[in-house]
Design a protein around this ligand. Sequence first.
Ligand SMILES: C[S@@+](CC[C@H](N)C(=O)[O-])C[C@H]1O[C@@H](n2cnc3c(N)ncnc32)[C@H](O)[C@@H]1O
Length: 284
Amino acid sequence: MTESPESYENDAHETAPRDVYTHGHHESVLRSHTWRTVTNSAAYLVPHLEAGLSILDIGCGPGTITVDLARRVAPGRVVGVDASAEIVAKAAALAKDEGVHNAEFLLGDAYALDFPDASFDIVHAHQVLQHVANPVSAMREAHRVLKPGGIFAARDVDYGGVRWYPLTTGLTEWLAVYRDVHYWNGGNPDAGPALKAWARLAGFTDITCSASIWCFASDAEREWWGESWAVRATESAFAASAIESGVADLVDLQDIAQAWRDWVRDPDGWLGMPHGEIIARKEH
Ligand SMILES: C[S@@+](CC[C@H](N)C(=O)[O-])C[C@H]1O[C@@H](n2cnc3c(N)ncnc32)[C@H](O)[C@@H]1O
């Protein structure tokens, strides 16, 4: 499937047949999300973090990055919003457990943020824009709630660039099925390279781009990542979407789960996931 940035010009949010978060919040998914920190997922933002800054974290998920951001800008106000009430409650519990008092979590929609114009110094979105049907509309909303001179920071994967070893047909099938399901749900698995174009369409003119890679290779990393995907392949919202869309059947998904378990067991196993990143500054 190909697309042009112009395909996001219209408010497709109003008309998109689906706008569904592919992964859902099954335990197998959360296992891979709660590993995330500012260091491994938002290092490009670190030079812009200062005590006292206010941050809105859109699509905050379980909140591990949000809580980490809150520690780094304390006593600045940090707000995480997510479309899932269940995950907002988990994120709030994390902040409480960690004794982080300057982070709060609210139910919220990236397309219609419940904040006045010019509310935040930084708006952050990690692995979110790939999952919404109209990322440009979400970016325009981020632009609205930013203070003049504030920054929008986004990072998304480029599934088209994911590489692994050994090059098994089972994992090739995983990627093909995953990509089709992600598109079927209204998202874009190749969001990372498109972030700059989307930000320009959303009205940002001062945009700095970077890229970084997640790499999973050690025994512990393969066990954690591959076993998470082995379960996700048959039990998560991704599995339900794969079957509902007709992209795969249960046998296909069981084969994919087995391919991940084979990869976990292979001491030569390696996987790299590239990500695009942008720092887009709102005009003064
Ligand atoms: C891949 S998770 C990323 C979570 C977190 N940012 C992280 O990296 O750990 C994407 C999150 O975006 C949320 N999401 C999807 N569409 C949304 C929308 N329109 N508004 C707010 N949150 C949304 C999902 O519920 C999910 O928690």
